[in-house]
Structure formats: C-alpha cells, structure tokens
Ligand binder design. Structure first.
Ligand code: FAD
Length: 401
C-alpha cells in the first residue's frame, strides 16, 4: 500500500485549499446567520460560488474516473484528502457539487439509470442545477433492516402507483430538490432480497406531501433539511423504474459504499479542524496562573486526538485504495470498519475540543457543535453502528472459524 498522493491530487489539494481560503472561510459566519434567519432559502452567494468552482475545475470531484468525460478523473484515494478539506466547513461540499445525498443519487443514475433517466435527471444534477433526495427510511418499520421497507409500488397499466410514508429524507426540504429516489416493495411474495425496487419520483408529482421538516438535535439543517414525506397514490410512468423491478438491493449495495466513505472523509476533516481549534485556544488562554496548554490532561487529550484522527485517516485511505483496486464488494470489510470508527472518533475528538473551549465550545460562534451533531448523526444514518458491527463480526468469524 502506498498512500503518497498522486501529483494530480496534490495539485488539486493546493487549488482547493486556496479556493476555500479565498472564497469559503470568509463567508462561514454569514452562511450560518443567513440559514438560521431564513429557513429553507438558498444562501444568496451559493450560485456565485458554484460558478467559480466550476470555472476552476473543482467540480464533481467525487465522481470516480470510470465515469468518463463527466468525471474529473480522480480515484477514491485521490479524492479522499479533498473531501477531508470540504469537511472543515460542512456546507462547502455543495459548492463543488460533492454533497450527499446527490453524490450517491448521481452514481446510481450514472451506473444503473437508462438513457432517458440520465438525460432528464442526471444531467441537471451533474450541472448542479437541481438537488435530489433518497427516500428509504420509514417511521413505521425498523429501517436499519432494509427488508422491512414497506412502501408499496404497484403496477397499474402503464404506471406504477406508490403508497407509503418516509422520513429522514435528507435534502428534500431544499427548494431546488426536484427528484426523489424512492425505495419500496414491488413484490412482497418474492425472495427476501428481490422484493424491493428503486424508482424515480419527481418532487412535484400529485400525491407527494411534505409533512414536516425534522430537527436534528434542535437544528433544522436548513436549507437541505430532513423531511417526513407522505406518498399517497403517487403515479409515475413505468420508465421511472431504475434498473428493473426487484433490483433495489443490488442498487443499494452500489450506492452506499462510496457514500459512506465520503462521510468518513468529511468527518476526518471536521475532527482535524476541531483539534486545530483546540490547540489554538489552549495556547492562547490562561487559568490558575498557567496557559491551559500546559495542563497535562489537555496535552493528553490533544495527543490522543491526534493519534485517533490519524488512525481513522489511514483506515479510510486503505478503504478508498481497496475500492479503487478491487471494487466495492472486496472493500466491504474496510468500508464497515471506517463506518464504525470515523463517526465515533469525530464525536470523541470534538467533545474534547468542546471541553477545552469552555462555554465557547457549545456556542454558535465556532463549528464544534455542528461537527458533533454530524458525527453523532452518521452513527445512525447509512446504517447504525451496531448493524455494521453485526455484519463485520459475522464475516470475521466466518473467515476464521
Ligand atoms: C441526520 C440523518 C439523516 C438521514 N438521512 C437519510 C436519507 O437521506 N434517506 C433515508 O432513507 N434515511 C436517512 N436517514 C435514516 C437512517 O438511515 C436510519 O435512521 C437508519 O438506517 C436506522 O433506521 P431506524 O431509524 O428505523 O432505526 P431502527 O432500525 O429502528 O434501529 C434502532 C436501533 O436499533 C439497534 N439495532 C438495529 N439493528 C441492530 C443490530 N443488528 N444489532 C444491534 N442493534 C441493532 C441500533 O441501536 C439502532 O440504532 C437519516 C438519519 C439521520 C439521523
């Protein structure tokens, strides 16, 4: 394994760092104030920033090179440090068209969509003209087991009729969210893993009702949000089915691998910045006649955090490298490992940084509370920790029994 970044990745890292310093960090506070005071409105500077990013070639960086001319041609390993940089300011990934859940949905459409689906939805997503949401989780069933998903997708003539209730549909509150990838059951009597399908539902289809935005630890995550959505007799043409009825699990396998690794890369960036903020704070402040940096407990917290971030970073790079060289299936174990390790690591490191900042740590003046909320949420989103441990444990035992 060689984790030396390629020249291409190094050049892009330098370019992205400069772009963020010039255009994004100066707007960090303004973005926060605007989104708090104007829920569900797009930050007025966002389109200008996206145009600048496009012009700079910092666009769709997440899209691996096998996607040909629409991809900037990076491997997952080359993309990792770039995603890490974006994780330092959580909203910044949208500027580069690299934010969830659009990245996962774009990969689904690029990999499994037919030509008309790609024309209608993938092209505007690639260009950053629209946003999308992924509707799998349901309030009425334990959705960490996707075989439970109960939304029905029934064929009637030339249409599918969809009925169900979804929640935690990230991005669905965004005024630019125009399409949903919906998971539901097309055949409840089929074998367990071929009952589910994924289908495209335009957000303005009659029968789609946004019930409410959900709060995450008291925050709205505006402008993207997480919606509860009722689908009542929603009718879409047969051609909206992705890949074919009964192929939902197959698609989910392909979708969640890269998505999970991107979350982990961003979380490492958040944890790294938390550590840097902590070092600056304790070096500048005094208590009981000493700089806070000189207390042994603080140094231990900083040392532990540095070790844990580097361990998580190397594990994530290892997963990225394995995906690049052998594919998602072969990298399954490492993807589970990073999904277990990174969000927990971020919560631990950020918690130490919060403590070292005192009252400032929990305030809105610095991003630590956002980082903690992100880390804590990812311990549940894309499959709770326990589900990944359950599977990793099972597969590890299988290898050695
Ligand atoms: C901020 C956020 C954003 C999200 N975004 C999306 C999105 O865009 N689209 C979408 O479809 N969903 C999204 N989700 C939903 C998320 O994927 C689900 O919440 C998750 O899969 C768990 O499903 P559940 O909530 O039904 O919990 P349940 O399935 O009810 O599980 C509850 C708990 O049971 C325990 N448990 C479950 N299985 C096991 C096991 N095998 N071993 C031990 N313990 C176990 C775990 O502690 C688990 O947390 C999001 C969630 C959050 C918090």
């Amino acid at each position: 394994m060689n984790f030396e970044y390629s020249d291409k990745s190094k050049a892009l890292q330098e370019q992205l760092r400069k772009f963020m310093e010039q255009h994004i960090y100066p707007l960090e506070k303004e973005y926060k104030t605007f989104t708090r005071e104007n829920p569900w409105q797009i930050f007025p500077e966002m389109e200008r920033l996206k145009t600048l990013a496009k012009q700079a070639g910092l666009w769709n960086l997440f899209l691996p090179k096998e996607y040909g001319s629409v991809s900037p041609g990076l491997t997952n390993l080359e993309y990792a440090p770039l995603a890490e940089m974006m994780g330092r300011i959580l909203w910044s990934s949208e500027v580069f068209n690299c934010s969830a859940p659009d990245t996962g949905n774009m990969e689904v459409l690029a990999k499994y969509g037919n030509l008309s689906q790609q024309e209608k939805w993938l092209q505007p997503l690639f260009k950053g003209e629209i946003r999308s949401a992924f509707l799998m989780t349901e309030p009425d069933v334990a959705s960490s087991d996707a075989t439970n998903i109960a939304t029905s997708i029934v064929q009637e003539g030339a249409e599918y009729v969809i009925n169900g209730r979804k929640w935690w549909s990230t991005g669905a509150m965004n005024p630019n969210c125009k399409v949903y990838v919906v998971m539901g059951k097309t055949d409840a009597n089929a074998a367990r893993h071929i009952q589910q399908s994924m289908i495209l539902v335009p957000a303005d289809t009659p029968g789609v009702k946004i019930v409410r935005p959900l709060e995450v630890f008291g925050t709205l995550d505006s402008p993207h949000g997480h919606a509860e959505i009722l689908l009542k007799n929603v009718r879409v043409p047969l051609e909206n089915m992705i890949l074919g009825a009964g192929r939902g699990f197959e698609i989910a396998q392909g979708r969640l691998g890269p998505g999970r690794i991107h979350h982990c890369m961003r979380l490492i960036g958040a944890a790294q910045r938390a550590l840097e903020l902590m070092c600056k704070r304790v070096a500048a402040r005094e208590a009981f006649g000493r700089k806070i940096k000189d207390f042994s407990s603080i140094r231990q917290d900083i040392a532990r955090s540095r070790c844990e971030i580097e361990q998580a970073r190397l594990l994530t790079l290892s997963a990225a490298d394995k995906i690049d060289r052998f594919g998602i299936k072969e990298a399954k174990g490492l993807i589970s490992m990073i999904k277990i390790v990174c969000p927990q690591m971020t919560c631990t490191v950020v918690d130490r940084a919060i403590q070292a900042h005192g009252g400032l740590g929990v305030s809105e003046d610095i991003p630590l509370s956002e980082y903690w909320i992100y880390g804590r949420s990812v311990r549940i989103a894309d499959g709770p920790d326990e589900v990944h441990m359950y599977q990793l444990g099972r597969n590890t035992i299988k290898e050695w029994m």
